[in-house]
Design a protein around this ligand. Structure first.
Ligand code: FES
Length: 122
């Protein structure tokens, strides 16, 4: 059974009809066509699927889409653009830290949340 679910992703509201138990990752990739969060382990361990939900790094592969209703989802595309990357994205580019690039989404989403948390402490 599906239900209508509204997701706010990178500041834009989207309506999808989905099984409430479906992982958020599938909604982002398959319903909204966003390819930054990636499927890696599917077990909440590798981080390739990480997005921010209300600013908290969250493994989207293991979070049912119904649990984020009303939450603000930020993807890698919401952190910065190719023309205007955020400081960490720029550092990764300058240091050529992406290697194969498959897990870069998880690194940047997690590191950005960490940096924001540290800045709030200072
Ligand atoms: S795909 Fe590995 S943590 Fe989600």
């Amino acid at each position: 059974m599906t239900e209508r679910i509204i997701l706010q992703v990178d500041g834009i509201n989207h309506a999808i009809d989905a099984d409430p138990a479906m992982p958020l990752l599938y909604a982002l990739r398959d319903d909204l066509g966003l390819n930054n969060p990636r499927f890696g382990c599917g077990l909440g361990q590798c981080g390739a699927c990480t997005v921010h939900v209300d600013g908290v790094p969250t493994r989207s592969c293991s979070l049912p889409v119904s649990e984020v209703k009303g939450g603000k989802i930020t993807t890698l595309a919401g952190l910065g653009t190719e023309a205007a990357p955020n400081k960490l994205q720029l550092a990764f580019i300058e240091e050529q830290a992406t290697q194969c690039g498959y897990c870069i989404n998880g690194w940047l989403m997690t590191a950005t949340a960490f940096a924001a948390r540290q800045a709030a402490r200072d």
